[in-house]
Design a binder for this molecule. Sequence first.
Ligand SMILES: Cc1cc2nc3c(=O)[nH]c(=O)nc-3n(C[C@H](O)[C@H](O)[C@H](O)COP(=O)(O)OP(=O)(O)OC[C@H]3O[C@@H](n4cnc5c(N)ncnc54)[C@H](O)[C@@H]3O)c2cc1C
Length: 382
Amino acid sequence: MDTLYSEKNRVLRRSVRSFCEREIMPIAKDIDQEARFPWEVVEKMGKLGYFGIQVPKKLSGAGMDSVNYTIVIEEISRVCAGLGLCVTVHNSMAIYPIMGFGTGEQKQKWVPSLARGEKIGAFCLTEPNAGSDATAIEATAIRNGDHYVVNANKVFVTNGGVADICIIFVRTDPDAGRKGTSVIVAERGTPGFVVGDIEDLSGMRSNPVSSIRLYDCKVPVENLLGREGSGLKIGLQALDVGRIGIGAQAVGIAQAALEEAVKYANQRRQFGVPIAKHQAIQMMIADMATQVDSARLMVTRAAYLKDHGKPFTKATAMAKLHAGEVSSQVADMAVQIHGGYGYSKSYPVERYYRDARVTRIYEGTAEIHRMVIAREVLNEYK
Ligand SMILES: Cc1cc2nc3c(=O)[nH]c(=O)nc-3n(C[C@H](O)[C@H](O)[C@H](O)COP(=O)(O)OP(=O)(O)OC[C@H]3O[C@@H](n4cnc5c(N)ncnc54)[C@H](O)[C@@H]3O)c2cc1C
């Protein structure tokens, strides 16, 4: 792993790891069990630039590249995947669309407070009848003079319970099919903006994933991102970028599971020796380490391609697909190495097992990723 990164990358990793182990690790188990969003840590993370990782310094960000972004997300997720989710969605799915498609005024208005972590961002695409099929959204924004009247029912919104600035996918022209989809930015506190119940999730429990509903909510026309009709383009580009972060999150969970498994295998004795002496356990450790390395390499390659202005859709989809599967497999083997104790909340691998599972579902399921990869490969070799 070390030969892949520059000295600057390594320094960043050490500094993020040290912060996460000092500030987040001691509370990670509790915030999972209590399903509590840890504001006290989030404020500190804001001061360190984790909420504006790739935002230019002139807009209050940390001005880092994508490779460094993957390092920050991996390290946070190694300790607490729910916070890793918060940070990656905030950076990639809330800030990125504004940076990529917003006007100068829109960037000035929303990005600095998001980048400092004073405001939290969310990405609201999924609806009860629109999951994998984003073209099926039913939310509407009907223009009326200087504002849109927005009605929307968005579900599974990461950061939903605490979000101030929401990227909302709507239909501005309900008759125009895919071309009628647009993105508006809605702010918490606007009359008609309602936060629904927090989901009682299996994993990622420190993240307040919730529904967000807008009832005849008046949103100024200057909150439209890009042009009317450009919503799907914005969404697909944000997902391309966001998947790098989810891949990094999956690597972080897998890395944590590997470390815990090795620690336990060296401590636990059966048949008179540490279980690490049994070849069956060694085979699992070898597979886990190989899987983690392969996933990290693929995620880093996707980030590298993005940093160098090269096409990265296929590499990102492959990285997210592989890292998600690796994360589940490695967490599963870590539970197996712990035996019965791995199935108990006394050991963190039980949490990693639950957290890993969703990385194969959100920001595009594994099946949808295979469709994206197949499309790219079929085009490439035709
Ligand atoms: C913890 C969590 C956080 C989330 N955060 C956000 C968020 O911040 N913003 C947001 O907008 N959404 C978010 N989501 C929603 C997530 O992106 C969706 O759950 C995901 O896209 C899948 O949609 P769905 O759940 O409706 O499943 P469906 O689309 O109904 O899929 C069900 C099954 O059918 C398969 N399937 C569907 N279509 C096809 C096809 N054409 N070919 C083959 N198989 C297919 C799927 O792969 C899956 O296995 C979050 C979800 C979770 C669980």
